[in-house]
Design a protein around this ligand. Structure first.
Ligand code: GLN
Ligand code: ZN
Length: 764
C-alpha cells in the first residue's frame, strides 16, 4: 500500500513563483535567477511531501506557466508562427512567447489560445495541430526534473499528460483532418520519451487521462485501447499509472478497465458510485489508486467515512491499493498554517484542510488502513471526529431561518408577475428610454489611486470617513462623465469593489476569507476564492448606499449592479455537506433581498451579472439538464421579486450559447448584455435562430484592448444587429466592464459608442 498525490501546488507557498516570473518578464531578474527560484520551489515541494511521508512523489507536476504548454514543447508541437523565434530567443522566452504572445522588433505574434482545464478554474494553453503535424521529443524538462529530485534522494514518478488527453484537448488549426488521426505520429514521440525515462531508471510513470471523464466516441475508445496496448508492450518493465480525475468513468468504464496499465487511479470524490463496479471487475493484480482526499476543495477529509471506503477496497484488493488525492493538489491552496492571523473564524479553521494538510491526511489514512497508528495520530483522529460533530451542529453553519426560507420556496418565487411582452410595455412607458439605449456593463477604470485607497482603507490606514468621501468623489465624477457624453442608463462605477464575488462574500453571512488561499488560475495569475462554509444570509443591504447615492446625483436612471448566485457559487470554495443547488438557492435569496431593497430605494434598473453560468456546466452532457434547471432557477429567484416595470438586466462575458440558448431565454432577464464584438456579431445567430424574445445588448467593442473603436465600425456592427433582431430590443454597450481600462481610451470609446447610437436613431 502506497501513499501518493497526482500533483503538488507549484506557485509557491507565498506565490514566490508568480513574483519571480513577473519580475523576469519585467527584466528585473535574469533567466538564471528565475530558474533558481523555480528549483527552490520544486525542492521544497518534494521535501515537504517526503517529510510528511508520501511514498510516491510526482515530478514534472511543476511548471513555469502551464503543464499542457510544457507537453507541447516536449513534443515539439510549436505553432508555425513561433518557429521563427526559435533561433532568436532563449528556450524560456520562446515558451513564454507561446503563452503570452510576442510583440517586439518586427514581430507581432499572437499567443496560443487559453481555455479552461475541464471544469476547473485553471486555464491551459490549447495545443494547436496542423494537418501535417509532426511530433518529436524536444525539451528535456521531464528528464531534468526527474534528475533534480533524484539529486536530493527522491525517486519520483514523472507525470505526463496522456497521449489521448493531449490530442483531444487540442484543436485542429487546418481543415481536412481530425486530431485523433495524429496519434500515429504522436506515439513515436511518447515512445522516445518513455525510453529516455527508462534509461534514467524511472520505475513509475503517471499518465494523466482526465479525458476519460468526458463522453468518448467509439473511435476514441478504440484509439485509447490501441495506444496503451502499444505503449505497454514496448515497456513491460515500467509501471504505468493511468490517472482519471474530475469525474466518473461512466461509459468509458469497461474501456478503462481493459487498458493494460499497472495502476488505475480513480477520483472517488466525484466517482464514488463506481467503486463497487470497479472493485468487482478490475484485474486482480492491477493496483487501484483511491483518489479519496479532495484535491479541489478545502474541507477536511472525514476519516470515518474514508476509512470505510478504504476498507471496502482493501477487503477485495488486499494491499493492492494506494491512497491518493482525487486530482492534482494544483487546485488546492498551499498551507492552512499560514492562516493563523487571517479573518477565518477559529471554528471554521478546524474544518479546513489545504494542500499540506491533505498530504498529512493521506498519510494518516494509510496508517489507519494498516493499523500502524501512533499516539499522536490518535489525537488527530479524535480532532477530526470532533470537527465533523461540531460541523453538524455549528451555529456558524446552520441558520434555521435560512433553511426554512429554502423549504418554503415555491415556483411562484422564480416567476415575474407578468410575461416579458407585458413587462416590456410597462417598462417602456415607465423608463421612456430612446431607441438603442446606451449603457455600460458596470465598472469604470480601477485606477492606481482607486486600488491604493481601497487597500489603505482595508488595512485601516485610511479612515472610513475619508474613504467614503473619496468614493463619493469618484462616483460623482463618473456620473458627471456619463451625463456629459450622453449615455442613457448610468452606473455608479463599482469603485468600492475589489472583485465581483469577494465584495458580496464579505457582506454575506456564511463566507470566510483566507490570506494566502491562492490557487493558480493561469500562468502567473492566481485567485483566492472565498470560502463558503455555512448557510448564506444577508443581514443588511450591500450595495444600496452607493447605488442610491449615484442615483441621487442624476435624473437619468442609474443601474444597480449585483453578482448573481451561480457566479458567486462557481467562484468560491463551496461547502460539501449539502447540494450545490441548495447552496445556490441560499445565495439567490440573499441577492433577492438586495434586489428588493434596491427597488425600494428607487432604483428602476438592476443588473445581476452571471458570467459563470456556462462554465458551471457538468463535464458530461447527460448531467447538463439537472444543473441548468437549478442554476437558471436560482437566477430567477434572485430576480423575480420586482414589479413589472423594474427592469432586470443580466450580463455574461461571452455569447457561445449554442447548446443552452433555451435556458438563457428561460432566465427571462428583461435585458441581457453579452460579448459579441470580436465575432462581428456572428455569435448573435443563435439568438436569432431561437427567436430570443427579450432585449439584448450585443457588445459593440472589445474591452480587452486599449484600442478605441471608431463611430462607423460601431455603427456597422449595430446595423448588422438590426438586420438580425427587432430594433426595439437592441441595446448599445461595450462587451464587458471597463475596470481594466484607462480613462482616456474609455472616454473616447464611449463617446463614439454614444455617437453611433445617435446615428442609428437617425436612420429609423
Ligand atoms: N459588472 C461587472 C463589471 O463591469 C461585470 C464583470 C464581469 O462580467 N466579469 O466589471
Ligand atoms: Zn463581462
Amino acid at each position: 500500500m502506497k501513499t501518493t498525490i497526482l500533483g503538488h501546488p507549484r506557485i509557491g507557498e507565498k506565490r514566490e513563483l508568480k513574483k519571480a516570473i513577473e519580475s523576469y518578464w519585467k527584466a528585473n531578474i535574469s533567466e538564471k535567477e528565475l530558474l533558481e527560484i523555480a528549483s527552490d520551489i520544486k525542492k521544497k515541494n518534494w521535501l515537504n511531501q517526503k517529510d510528511i511521508g508520501i511514498d510516491l512523489i510526482p515530478s514534472n507536476d511543476f511548471s513555469l506557466y502551464d503543464q499542457v504548454l510544457d507537453m507541447s514543447l516536449t513534443l515539439n508541437c510549436i505553432p508555425k508562427r513561433f518557429r521563427e523565434l526559435k533561433n532568436k530567443v532563449s528556450f524560456v522566452d520562446l515558451y513564454f512567447s507561446m503563452a503570452r504572445g510576442f510583440q517586439k522588433d518586427k514581430f507581432d505574434i499572437v499567443a496560443m489560445e487559453m481555455t479552461k482545464w475541464f471544469d476547473t478554474n485553471y486555464h491551459y494553453l490549447v495545443p494547436e495541430f496542423e494537418k501535417e503535424q509532426q511530433f518529436e521529443l524536444n525539451s528535456c524538462k521531464i528528464i531534468s526534473e526527474y534528475r533534480e529530485a533524484l539529486q536530493i534522494g527522491i525517486n519520483t514518478k514523472p507525470v505526463l499528460i496522456g497521449p489521448l488527453t493531449y490530442l483531444l484537448i487540442g484543436k485542429e488549426k487546418e481543415n481536412g483532418f481530425h486530431r485523433l488521426d495524429l496519434i500515429d505520429r504522436l506515439l513515436p514521440a511518447y515512445i522516445d520519451l518513455i525510453e529516455e525515462l527508462k534509461n534514467e531508471g524511472v520505475t513509475y510513470i503517471q499518465f494523466d487521462e482526465p479525458y476519460l471523464s468526458l463522453d468518448l466516441t467509439n473511435k476514441e475508445q478504440e484509439v485509447y485501447l490501441e495506444t496503451y496496448t502499444i505503449l505497454k508492450d514496448k515497456f513491460p518493465e515500467i509501471q504505468f499509472i493511468l490517472a482519471n480525475y474530475f469525474g466518473t468513468l461512466h461509459d468509458n468504464l469497461n474501456l478503462t478497465l481493459s487498458l493494460p496499465v499497472d495502476v488505475l487511479h480513480v477520483d472517488l470524490i466525484r466517482g464514488l458510485d463506481e467503486l463497487d463496479t470497479i472493485l468487482k471487475h478490475q484485474k486482480k493484480e492491477q493496483i487501484l489508486s483511491l483518489g479519496i482526499v479532495d484535491g479541489r476543495n478545502i474541507w477536511k477529509t472525514n476519516f470515518d467515512a474514508s476509512t470505510e471506503i478504504i476498507n471496502k477496497a482493501k477487503a477485495i484488493k488486499g494491499d493492492n491499493i494506494w491512497i491518493s488525492s482525487s486530482c492534482s493538489l494544483l487546485h488546492s491552496p498551499y498551507d492552512l498554517a499560514n492562516e493563523k492571523d487571517s479573518a477565518i473564524p477559529e471554528e471554521v479553521m478546524q474544518w479546513l484542510s489545504f494542500a499540506k494538510q491533505k498530504l498529512q491526511e493521506i498519510v494518516l489514512l494509510k496508517k489507519i488502513a494498516q493499523g500502524t497508528l501512533q499516539a499522536s495520530d490518535i489525537k488527530e483522529i479524535e480532532a477530526n471526529k470532533l470537527a465533523f460533530i461540531n460541523k453538524e451542529k455549528s451555529a456558524l453553519i446552520h441558520n434555521n431561518k435560512v433553511k426554512q426560507r429554502i423549504n418554503a420556496l415555491t415556483e411562484a418565487d422564480s416567476l415575474r408577475k407578468s410575461i416579458f411582452a407585458e413587462r416590456q410595455k410597462k417598462q417602456q412607458q415607465e423608463l421612456q428610454l430612446p431607441l438603442f439605449p446606451t449603457t455600460t456593463i458596470g465598472s469604470f477604470p480601477q485606477t492606481k489611486e482607486v486600488r491604493s485607497l481601497r487597500l489603505k482603507y482595508k488595512k485601516k490606514q485610511l479612515s472610513e470617513e475619508k474613504y467614503n468621501s473619496f468614493l463619493e468623489e469618484e462616483i460623482t465624477s463618473a456620473i458627471k462623465f456619463q451625463e456629459n457624453i450622453g449615455l442613457d442608463v448610468l452606473v455608479h462605477g463599482e469603485f468600492e469593489r475589489n472583485d465581483m464575488v469577494e465584495y458580496f462574500g464579505e457582506r454575506l453571512a456564511g463566507f470566510a476569507f483566507s490570506n494566502f488561499g491562492w490557487v493558480q488560475s493561469y500562468g502567473s495569475r492566481c485567485v483566492k476564492p472565498p470560502i463558503l462554509f455555512g448557510d448564506v444570509s444577508r443581514e443588511k443591504p450591500m450595495t444600496v448606499k452607493w447605488t442610491a447615492y449615484a442615483q441621487s446625483l442624476s435624473k437619468k436612471y442609474v443601474k444597480g449592479m449585483l453578482t448573481g448566485p451561480v457566479t458567486i457559487l462557481q467562484w468560491s470554495f463551496v461547502r460539501d455537506d449539502q447540494s450545490r443547488a441548495q447552496t445556490c438557492n441560499q445565495i439567490a435569496l440573499a441577492i433577492r433581498d438586495e434586489v428588493a431593497d434596491l427597488e425600494k430605494a428607487g432604483i428602476k434598473i438592476i443588473q445581476i451579472d452571471e458570467p459563470a453560468i456556462r462554465e458551471g456546466l457538468p463535464l458530461r452532457k447527460n448531467n447538463w439538464a439537472a444543473y441548468l434547471k437549478w442554476a437558471v432557477n436560482a437566477f430567477k429567484i434572485s430576480a423575480s421579486v420586482v414589479k413589472d416595470d423594474t427592469q432586470i438586466h443580466t450580463h455574461m462575458c461571452y455569447s457561445e450559447f449554442n447548446d443552452i440558448i433555451a435556458n438563457i431565454a428561460d432566465m427571462d432577464a428583461d435585458v441581457i448584455t453579452i460579448e459579441t464584438s470580436r465575432s462581428e456579431m456572428e455569435l448573435l445567430d443563435v439568438f436569432v435562430d431561437f427567436k430570443y424574445p427579450n432585449e439584448i445588448g450585443p457588445g459593440v467593442y472589445d474591452i480587452h484592448s486599449p484600442r478605441v473603436p471608431n463611430v462607423y465600425e460601431i455603427e456597422s456592427l449595430l446595423i448588422k444587429a438590426t438586420n438580425l433582431l427587432p430594433q426595439e430590443n437592441i441595446w448599445v454597450n461595450p462587451d464587458c466592464g471597463l475596470k481594466t481600462r484607462d480613462w482616456p481610451e474609455t472616454k473616447l470609446a464611449l463617446e463614439n459608442l454614444v455617437a453611433s447610437a445617435k446615428l442609428m436613431r437617425e436612420r429609423v
